[in-house]
Design a protein around this ligand. Structure first.
Ligand code: NAD
Length: 494
């Protein structure tokens, strides 16, 4: 019997009203069950939003430095439980333990960072155009915020949203991904233990259509912050638009690495392998398109294939494993479908292209790291997000063609160029259409104190993390204080 877990609403642990449940299992071995979770619906979402609404009065009026003290305590507790959380994450969604530790570390960093913001939350003062009048702008909470998150960063991504939303004085209803509920449960328990007031953070487990959609549509939700696929994000945006609420969207990517002929090839290969096959290619910032300057093409591909072939697949809990499983059966099938599409479109399969089924791998959802060459920009494997360990390689004649290829996508999250030519590196920073550009580093590895997000279909203009997150989760209020004792009119009106 699987251990059963509950929703967290108004400081109480409660079952779904319907009594329905779903089970979370390990992608490395689906017989390993992580728990049974409430399959929530609109009534549960409504109870959670009502709880967030009740808690808002108290939490929004708690001085921000005091809110920061709670967040600081949360960060300390995450730090103490880092290993335990990382192990649960690896079991539940498959990323290798070292990467799971990094995922938890992002939450620790974000917790401390946002706790400090409690003593800043800076507004500004500015002179008035009139005498004897003061002007300043302050930040106010937005209200009750709905968070919808994916499974691939089951603690890091929620932490990018929860910490800034709470420090801004908002209350939250969170709908975590259905593939990582246990990790979400462990994370939320820490907020409870740290003394966050009941109702400030509520969690409803369940599926997107059943629990996510009613959250987006709920009349008392003032903002939605969503991370996930562009397809679902578009739907969330459209529905939320009916209510005219703020919507923050972080969505898919098809991130390119460019390697120029003067690059350090050893470094480039290390970075490509890490960016394309780290987290089994299931990062929004994963490199899925490699653009290689012709003069170094043969040499780079040879080295890349050798290093990729040497990667060790397996259960991420084993220390020597470098690539874990993909998250579930349907993701495995999606990758298989794209590999068939790639072959049918005429791309040449150099490596991988099949499930890995040796020994214990047969139990789980393992796919061999896959490299396609002779890819052209019209091919679907070059254009669509596969979200698995599949890399498409194209050749470029020169820098200009490389940039054209890199930008030939509807996405715009991360990007990278390897070159020792400072002029080209500086030009690439301007030329690459993406929210993030790395020079001589792969497409993954964001740090929490810089803005994170993408252009084009990756986002809708907002940014997570860094100071940008404070703008996302607060509302500006402008204040005018006239101490002249007479009616002064702005704009020179007599
Ligand atoms: P997904 O879009 O399938 O699901 C994301 C979340 O939305 C889940 O919690 C899901 O239950 C919920 N959802 C599904 N349908 C919904 C609906 N109709 N209404 C409301 N909520 C709904 O994405 P996923 O498979 O969990 O994650 C992978 C995707 O996330 C990839 O596209 C990846 O690029 C993206 N991602 C983006 C970033 C970023 O910061 N840009 C970070 C991580 C992942």
């Amino acid at each position: 019997m699987a251990e059963s877990y509950k929703n967290y609403i108004g400081g109480e642990w409660v079952d779904a009203r319907s009594g329905g449940t779903f089970v979370s299992t390990s992608p490395a071995d689906p017989s390993d069950v992580l728990g049974e979770f409430p399959r929530s619906g609109p009534e549960d979402v409504n109870a959670a939003v009502e709880a967030a609404d009740r808690a808002f009065q108290e939490w929004s009026r708690t001085p921000a430095p005091k809110r920061g003290e709670v967040l600081y305590r949360v960060a300390e507790l995450i730090q103490e439980r880092k290993e335990e959380l990382a192990r649960i994450m690896t079991r539940e969604m498959g990323k290798v333990l070292n990467e799971a530790r990094g995922d938890v570390q992002e939450a620790i960093d974000m917790g401390y960072y946002m706790a400090g913001e409690g003593r800043r939350l800076l507004g500004y003062t500015t002179p008035s155009e009139l005498p004897l009048k003061a002007c300043f702008a302050i930040r106010r909470p937005i209200g009750r915020i709905g968070l919808i998150t994916p499974w691939n960063f089951p603690i890091a991504v929620p932490s990018w949203k929860i910490f800034p939303a709470l420090i801004g004085g908002n209350t939250i209803v969170w709908k975590p991904a259905e593939d990582s509920p246990r990790t979400a449960y462990e994370f939320v328990r820490i907020f409870e233990e740290a003394g966050l007031p009941p109702g400030a953070l509520n969690v409803v487990f369940g599926y997107g259509e059943e629990a996510g959609r009613p959250l987006v549509e709920h009349p008392k939700i003032d903002m939605i912050s969503f991370t996930g696929s562009t397809e679902v994000g578009r739907e969330v945006y459209t529905r939320a638009a009916q209510k005219l609420i703020r919507v923050h969207l972080e969505m898919g990517g098809k991130n390119p690495i460019i390697v120029m002929d003067d690059a350090d090839l050893d470094l480039a290969v290390d970075a490509i392998v890490w960016s394309a096959f780290g987290t089994t290619g299931q990062r929004c910032t994963a490199c899925s398109r490699l653009i290689v300057h012709e003069p170094v093409y043969e040499k780079l591909i040879e080295q890349l294939v050798a290093d990729t072939e040497a990667l060790r697949l397996g259960n991420g809990l084993e220390p020597s494993v470098q690539v874990g499983p993909v998250v579930n059966e349907s993701q495995l099938r999606k990758i298989e479908t794209y590999v068939e599409i790639g072959k049918n479109e005429g791309a040449k399969l150099l490596l991988g292209g099949e499930r890995a089924t040796e020994g214990d791998l047969a139990k789980g959802y393992f796919y061999k790291p896959t490299i396609f060459v002779d890819v052209t920009p019209e091919m679907r494997i070059f254009r669509e997000e596969i979200f698995g360990p599949v890399l498409s390689v194209v050749k470029a004649r020169d820098y200009d063609e490389a940039i054209r290829l890199a930008n030939d996508t509807t996405y715009g999250l991360s990007s990278s160029i390897f070159t020792r030519n400072v002029n080209l590196a500086m030009r690439a920073i301007e030329d690459l259409e993406a929210g993030i550009t790395y020079i001589n580093h792969g497409t993954i590895g964001a740090e929490i104190h810089l803005p994170f997000g993408g252009v084009k279909d990756t986002g809708n203009g907002g940014r997570e993390a860094g100071l940008a997150a404070i703008d996302e989760y607060t509302e500006w209020k402008s204040v005018y204080i006239d101490y002249s004792g007479r009616l002064q009119k702005a704009q020179g009106i007599e």
